[in-house]
Design a protein around this ligand. Structure first.
Ligand code: HEC
Ligand code: HEC
Ligand code: HEC
Ligand code: HEC
Ligand code: HEC
Ligand code: HEC
Ligand code: HEC
Ligand code: HEC
Ligand code: HEC
Ligand code: HEC
Length: 353
């Protein structure tokens, strides 16, 4: 999914950025106006929500320079050649970086200034060589670093531009997963399943442990990766679940036979999702089920006991099986011997075939 958008000109995103900045400017300007009239305490509270623009410190934050180190004289752009004179190795390696294109194309507005597109105007630093005079995304607050990247990458249909996800909200910024100056096939973007899994498990070791269980998706073998199911950049679904086609969970990308549309749906598939019966990471139970025996999965909802997941039995829970089901008899214990089409049926209301 993401790959398709690699050719989308980031120019459009930049245009959007300027529109955003203009909006931000008016936002801040009106805040300032407000604060002149209203109680200062009240306006501060209004400014507090994670509005990207409100994060920048001074009210003059509507310009690029605002994120730069504070100083009397604003720094100006000096061009990449100046940077190269001192940072030779980085500049040389940068020629192979996908971002090199930023400095070679007129229409992006950064011609000859690729370095400063991320590091900001560098005249002061070039004179003082002080690290405090240059913007370093790795040392900046996550939100400030993200904003710099999203200046060009916002609004990309990759959803890279969505920052309302748990990573952005939990101070995991772009540069913690993307090493900008690292070249090579898995440098800037981890591409192989093994490289991606290694990155994710660095922080999600507990999740990785689930993939050591006996019944699991084959991530440890490198046959799949976390991003087959999750979009690290955010999603319309909870838990950063990646989507395939419209807003379907990504499971259907591979398990298309479970998609339907079925004439006779099994209610929980649509309403509660696959997680109602499966542990998608891995499980000690066959078929990655939530219970060791199939019948316990079914009886959790199909019994006349109140459903443990829901106080309102009958809402989430299904109806109890009809009386001829003698659950003392082994014949009736393996529900899916008869109810073969437990994911949905084209022909039988009782999901028998
Ligand atoms: C005159 C030499 C010189 C020039 C020109 C120069 N730098 Fe530096 N830069 C340095 C030195 C020396 C350091 C290491 C400072 C330190 O670690 O104390 C540095 C450090 C940095 C850092 C790391 C800052 C940090 O937080 O550790 C960045 C980023 C950087 N330079 C970017 C640039 C960019 C972009 C340009 C061009 C606009 C540039 N530099 C031009 C000498 C230079
Ligand atoms: C796409 C954004 C981007 C561009 C373009 C870029 N940098 Fe960086 N730079 C970063 C980030 C992010 C870091 C923090 C370390 C990291 O994640 O790789 C960084 C770190 C640095 C550092 C500190 C290195 C260190 O080891 O701490 C220097 C020096 C530097 N950049 C110089 C440059 C020069 C010179 C150019 C142009 C040839 C350039 N950068 C272009 C994003 C960028
Ligand atoms: C000045 C605009 C600009 C800024 C700022 C910028 N990028 Fe990019 N980025 C680009 C362009 C242009 C490309 C190349 C897209 C292409 O090849 O189609 C790119 C490509 C990428 C890619 C994909 C590379 C690949 O191999 O597909 C990643 C990842 C990326 N940028 C991350 C970042 C991060 C992280 C930051 C912030 C530190 C950042 N970018 C800041 C313009 C920018
Ligand atoms: C939790 C880790 C993580 C974070 C945080 C993250 N990314 Fe990514 N990003 C990835 C991975 C993994 C891929 C590769 C996805 C794939 O192969 O499907 C990727 C791919 C990309 C691509 C390339 C898409 C393509 O199809 O080539 C871009 C551009 C990108 N990220 C930008 C960003 C930006 C901008 C941010 C910050 C807003 C960011 N990422 C934050 C992990 C992350
Ligand atoms: C730098 C650390 C770090 C890395 C690397 C990282 N994550 Fe996360 N991730 C977090 C934090 C922090 C949270 C929020 C707390 C939590 O839910 O554990 C989170 C949350 C999540 C969530 C739960 C979202 C929710 O709404 O509950 C998913 C899914 C996720 N990450 C997937 C990934 C994937 C996939 C990768 C690899 C591409 C990855 N993470 C890499 C730190 C990281
Ligand atoms: C086969 C699909 C699939 C794969 C592969 C996968 N996940 Fe998940 N993940 C899920 C589902 C489904 C959920 C639960 C979603 C829900 O509760 O709505 C989930 C939930 C999560 C959560 C939220 C916390 C929790 O335990 O519910 C995190 C964090 C997470 N996954 C990280 C990862 C990481 C890291 C990887 C790679 C090592 C990974 N996932 C691989 C499907 C997958
Ligand atoms: C990238 C493809 C892919 C995605 C996405 C995917 N799966 Fe799978 N799934 C597989 C493969 C391949 C197997 C076979 C396991 C094996 O033999 O290694 C499998 C096996 C399973 C099994 C167990 C089947 C058995 O016979 O033991 C269940 C249950 C399952 N997946 C559920 C899910 C759910 C739920 C999701 C979404 C959260 C999901 N899968 C997403 C590829 C995928
Ligand atoms: C109501 C519970 C339930 C839900 C919800 C559910 N499953 Fe299943 N699933 C089962 C049971 C039970 C089995 C084992 C069937 C058997 O014993 O033959 C199974 C088996 C599987 C298998 C392996 C056998 C096969 O038919 O291919 C896959 C793959 C699978 N499920 C994927 C999914 C996906 C994807 C979803 C979400 C769309 C999902 N399941 C939702 C109960 C459920
Ligand atoms: C998460 C709760 C849940 C689980 C687990 C569950 N079901 Fe259901 N099931 C329902 C709901 C809700 C309905 C539709 C309402 C009803 O039964 O009256 C339903 C309907 C059915 C129907 C009848 C279809 C109809 O339209 O009347 C059958 C047969 C069925 N389920 C079998 C099973 C089997 C076999 C299992 C175990 C593999 C199972 N269910 C697991 C909730 C569940
Ligand atoms: C020996 C085959 C068989 C087994 C095993 C079996 N069922 Fe059934 N089940 C049926 C038949 C046949 C019907 C009735 C179909 C009808 O009336 O049209 C039925 C009906 C149902 C219904 C009501 C469906 C409706 O249309 O109203 C539910 C719920 C149900 N079974 C759940 C279960 C559960 C849960 C299990 C496992 C504990 C199970 N069944 C095991 C054969 C079986």
């Amino acid at each position: 999914m993401l790959k398709r958008t690699a050719g989308v000109p980031p120019h459009a995103a930049e245009v959007r950025l300027w529109a955003d900045l203009r909006v931000a400017f008016f936002f801040i300007a009106s805040l300032l106006l407000l604060s002149a009239v209203a109680l200062p305490g009240a306006t501060q509270e209004k400014a507090a929500p994670p509005q990207p623009a409100a994060e920048q410190k001074p009210p003059a934050a509507s310009t690029e320079a605002a994120a730069e180190p504070e100083n009397n004289q604003p720094a100006t752009y000096v061009g990449s050649e100046t940077c190269e004179s001192c940072h030779e190795d980085i500049a040389k390696a940068f020629k192979k970086n996908p971002h090199a294109i930023v400095g070679t194309e007129k229409r992006r507005g950064w011609e000859g200034k690729a370095c400063e597109s991320c590091h900001g105007p560098g005249s002061k630093h070039a004179e003082s060589v002080s690290p405090t005079d240059i913007f370093n995304p790795a040392k900046a607050k996550p939100a400030a670093a993200d904003r710099r990247c999203l200046g060009c990458h916002a609004g990309q249909p990759t959803q890279a531009g969505r920052i309302q996800n748990s990573h952005a909200n939990n101070q995991v910024s772009c540069v913690q997963c993307h090493a900008v100056h690292k070249n090579g096939p898995n440098g800037l973007v981890p591409r192989t399943p093994v490289a991606i899994n290694a990155q994710c498990k660095g922080c999600h070791n507990d999740i990785w442990a689930s993939f050591q269980k006996p019944f699991r998706h084959r991530l440890p073998e490198g046959a799949m990766s976390c991003v087959d199911c999750h979009n690290p950049h955010g999603s319309a679904l909870p838990r950063n679940m990646a989507v395939s086609f419209a807003n379907e969970p990504s499971c259907f990308k591979c398990h298309g036979d479970k998609r339907g549309p079925f004439v006779f749906e099994h209610a929980p598939i649509r309403e509660d999702g696959c997680g109602a019966c499966h542990e998608a990471h891995g499980s000690a139970n066959p078929r990655m089920l939530t219970r060791h025996e199939v019948r316990y999965v079914c009886l959790e909802c199909h019994s006349n006991l109140p459903n443990p997941q829901s106080a309102q039995a009958g809402l989430l829970g299904g109806s109890p099986p009809p009386a001829f089901h003698d659950l003392r008899s082994p014949q009736y214990r393996n529900c899916t011997i008869c109810h073969l089409k437990v994911h949905g049926s084209y022909v039988n209301r009782s999901l028998l075939r």
